[in-house]
Design a protein around this ligand. Sequence first.
Ligand code: INI
Length: 156
Amino acid sequence: MASTFQGQLVCSAESRFAIVASRFNDLITSRLIDGAIETIVRHGGDSEKIDVVMVPGSFEIPMAAQRLASSGNYAAVICVGAVIQGSTTHHEYINSQVASGIMSIARETGVPVTFGIITCETMEQALDRSGGKVGNKGTEAAMAAIEMVSLFGTLS
Ligand code: INI
């Protein structure tokens, strides 16, 4: 009989979470931060145990996430940002570094580090994905963090 392991969307009030957020496009990232906090609290977390760490832009998110994940102080690190395509290829450099940076940190530290970065073409698409008609990437990233913390709890 196979054993199946999966996390629950329940978090302990003892768990400490970090949210790393970019100030760039803060109209969007403030909505992602709100979504992430609301989700943690709705699933049993304590708002007093959530630290929000602001960085200048999405490019800087992995640097702060690395520091937080390796501190040993957090059950998970939730990254939120918004990279909106401009008239240059600047966004492509940011996107590739941020996605692979976040995955490397999670692998190196063993701490769940989740990806709540909106990558899109227009501000309208970003609004849709930050609490508008296509959901909220901050909420999604917080749910993934809660589930991974719970899953790792069952595997250790
Ligand atoms: N940072 C973002 O978070 N989103 C963007 O859309 C963006 N664009 O398009 O320029 C952006 N740029 C800043 C970048 O993340 C760094 O902060 C900057 O390059 C300094 O390292």
